[in-house]
Ligand binder design. Structure first.
Ligand code: NAD
Length: 353
């Protein structure tokens, strides 16, 4: 088991420290090796993804990432900005499948902007394609037309094999859950997603135990706030997934609770919280480390197939919430506010290993 740990910037090092404590508690300290990414990479070697870090990630089974970005790097050329390191490592590792669960913990139901009955017990998983679609399609750019007017161009593009491999991951995820998969597209308007629908439908023949439905993206956006519990696993392309996964995550009320996994064909993965580097609260010991710790739980589940460890972490997080302990972002009256470090310790105390 070899895990590359990349703390990154802002609150990254604080929240990663808490996840590393969990790794230590499992007796796996020798499995980890640290690397620099984002602003930290730039400081180390004037590159947001230093070669040593990419090589470390390539040689590891999994990557645990904190977060990247700081306003102080906003004036750097685009290629040197911290976020560029993130895109490059995703590409370098060929992480084409992004898994983002949105789970509502009973204790936090009132943190959602939706009515409690709409979101209580919510547990959905969005599987987003991450390396294709309009974000990467060529041609792209801004060009000047003959009449002197400028136009912007991006190209929505998916090949059959790209759709097939993300569909495979989504069907497998659905098989491990409630066996319901909803594929989201815009097949009534876009040929690219007409092909998407055809390939996903074809894939369903291999998974007769999974019930496949299709939904247009505009309807999916509505249904996610009207009746999110109708969904179990949603699979969709890069741009629709970008938007829908953020929307779904907000149903649960707090960004500090949401893990994510990005996988390649062989279940090698990069695991990171869904939030950013929160420079506004960095270094104050107030960040919520739960999203990062739950990302570690996903790592044990998806890359290492260690279901027991994964479950133990999830149970410890649930217990901490039951015991009324909260970081500032999820604090409510009648609960006890604790810091990032203390939250890490509280989770470890409740880890049943
Ligand atoms: P952000 O997610 O960092 O912060 C948004 C808000 O949520 C802030 O008020 C922040 O304090 C709060 N927040 C975020 N995580 C929290 C946590 N764990 N606990 C408590 N509060 C938390 O988004 P932003 O402010 O738009 O971006 C800040 C920087 O992060 C930018 O440089 C951006 O490019 C970068 N970013 C990185 C990633 C990533 O590393 N994957 C993702 C998004 C943004």
């Amino acid at each position: 088991m070899k895990i590359a740990v990349l703390p990154g910037d802002g609150i990254g090092p604080e929240i990663i420290n808490q996840a590393v404590k969990v790794i230590d508690k499992f007796g796996l300290s020798q499995s980890i090796e640290y690397g620099a990414i984002g602003g930290a990479g730039y400081e180390e070697s004037k590159d947001p993804l230093p070669e040593t870090t990419l090589n470390l990630a390539l040689a590891s089974d999994a990557v645990l990432l904190g977060s990247v970005g700081d306003w102080k790097y906003d004036k750097l050329p685009r290629e040197l900005r911290p976020e560029r390191g993130l895109l490059r490592i995703r590409q370098g590792l060929n992480l084409f499948a992004n898994l983002r669960p949105a789970v509502m913990f009973p204790e936090l139901v009132h943190a959602s902007s939706l009515k409690a009955e709409v979101v209580s017990n919510l547990d959905i998983m969005i599987v987003r394609e991450l390396t294709g679609d309009i974000y990467f399609g060529e041609p792209r750019g801004i060009q000047t037309k003959e009449n002197g007017e400028r136009e912007g161009i991006n190209t929505m593009r998916y090949s059959e094999s790209e759709i097939d491999r993300i569909a495979e991951i989504a069907f497998q995820a659905a098989q491990k859950r409630s066996k319901k998969l909803c594929s989201v597209d815009k097949a009534n308007v876009l040929e690219t997603t007409e092909l998407w629908r055809e390939i996903v439908t074809h894939k369903s023949e291999k998974y007769p135990d999974v019930t496949l439905t299709h939904m247009y993206v505009d309807n999916a956006a509505m249904q996610l706030v009207r009746d999110p519990k109708q969904f179990d696993v949603i699979v969709t392309g890069n741009i629709f997934g970008d938007i829908l996964s953020d929307q779904a995550s907000m149903l649960t009320g707090s960004i500090g609770m949401l893990p994510s996994a990005s996988l390649d064909q062989n279940n090698k993965g990069m695991y990171e919280p869904s939030h950013g580097s929160a420079p506004d609260i960095a270094g104050q010991d107030v960040a919520n480390p739960i999203a990062t710790i739950l990302s570690l739980a996903m790592m044990f589940k998806y890359t290492f197939a260690e279901e027991k460890k994964s479950q133990a972490i999830e149970n410890a997080v649930r217990q901490v919430l039951k015991d009324g302990l909260r970081t500032k972002d999820i604090f409510s009256e009648g609960t006890k506010m604790i810091g990032c470090n203390e939250m890490g310790d509280a989770i470890i105390e409740r880890l049943d290993i």
